[in-house]
Design a protein around this ligand. Structure first.
Ligand SMILES: C[S@@+](CC[C@H](N)C(=O)[O-])C[C@H]1O[C@@H](n2cnc3c(N)ncnc32)[C@H](O)[C@@H]1O
Length: 313
């Protein structure tokens, strides 16, 4: 009787362990499953993506979800840059390594078998994507957190929500199959591919003290900048004058910003154009006044670090 009970206990334990093992391994498999199926980017679209990002020999191109490695391999082979491909599917990574070797670029590219959301992408100067809009949206905060201002991002077909592209184009790929329902109407069949391009903007949100040293009799301006990805708006407060000026046409391209505001000077309106380069909490640049070709003065600005907001908020 006791022996029978022990046997039943062992069998039950065995069943439970297998059940837990099945649950755990299924959970593990689910975690490692690609979130996007493998569909390769056609070569002519690869060429357009690399050209839109202006890839050169100095770049490090990361393809997140690299498939057979074609984007980083083409970039390394044709443009002489370095590349990193990341894919969650081991078969794709093995395929990429063979393709890199066949193309003679194994010394300049590497392929990592991992989840793209866990990869360190901070060394990229160009990031290429062929994922899905919802995956791009989940990836967006990581792009802003890890990539340096000025890093270029190119996506085949899929957008980034309200972060509007700096450039977009459509490529027509001639394909040698014709969908059945269309055979009566067309001889050639063309597939349309969109390519979208963004530049990671520096974060210039917050309150800045802006000084134009040569206008020393004037008190510094206080700028309050609201940033919506690469677009800027806000207010400029002039000395003790309480009425703020509107910051207009504010844009940031990587670490380069520009904007203008109009101020009153001895009863006349002056349109002041500012251009500058951002480094963390400092901006330096030149200001020009419309209609005064001889006026070009240096300016600088310093941010109160506590006023900086995340671009994703
Ligand atoms: C549409 S294919 C694009 C392949 C390649 N970038 C191209 O354009 O030819 C998407 C790739 O992303 C990979 N993938 C999907 N989810 C991933 C994840 N979470 N981490 C890494 N790779 C992933 C898939 O295995 C697949 O190879």
């Amino acid at each position: 009787m006791i022996i029978m009970k022990r046997q039943i206990k062992r069998i039950l334990f065995g069943l439970l362990s297998s059940f837990v093992f099945v649950i755990l391994s299924t959970a593990g498999l689910q975690q490692k499953r690609p979130e996007v199926p493998y569909v390769p980017t056609p070569e002519e679209v690869v060429v357009e993506m690399l050209s839109m990002a202006n890839v050169s020999g100095d770049d490090v191109v990361y393809d997140l979800g690299c498939g057979d490695g074609r984007i980083v391999i083409t970039a390394a082979k044709e443009l002489g840059c370095r590349g990193v491909g990341i894919d969650i599917d081991l078969t794709r990574i093995q395929e990429s390594r063979v393709n890199a070797s066949n193309a003679g670029v194994s010394d300049r590219v590497e392929f990592l078998h991992m989840d793209l959301f866990e990869a360190d992408i901070s060394q990229a100067s160009v990031v290429t994507l062929y994922l899905l809009s919802r995956v791009n949206l989940r990836l967006r905060p990581k792009l802003f957190q890890e990539l340096k201002p000025g890093t270029r991002v190119v996506s085949h077909d899929f957008s980034m929500g309200e972060w509007t592209p700096d450039k977009s184009t459509v490529i027509e790929e001639r394909v040698d199959y014709v969908p059945l329902q269309d055979t009566r109407f067309i001889d050639d069949y063309w597939n349309k591919h969109s390519v979208h391009f963004w530049i990671i903007p520096a974060n210039v949100s917050g309150t800045w003290k802006l000084t134009v040293p040569t206008l020393s009799r004037e008190k510094p301006y206080r700028l309050e900048i609201d940033q919506n990805f690469q677009m800027l708006k806000g207010k400029a407060y002039e000395g003790s004058v309480s009425l703020p000026l509107d910051i207009r046409n504010g844009k940031i391209n990587g670490d380069r910003l520009e904007f203008f505001f109009e101020r009153k000077n001895r009863g006349r309106t002056e349109k002041m154009h500012f251009e500058g380069i951002v480094k963390d909490h400092d901006i330096v640049g030149f200001v020009r006044i419309e209609g005064k070709p001889d006026f070009e003065e240096k300016w600088h600005a310093k941010r109160d670090p506590s006023t900086k907001k995340s671009i994703e908020e």
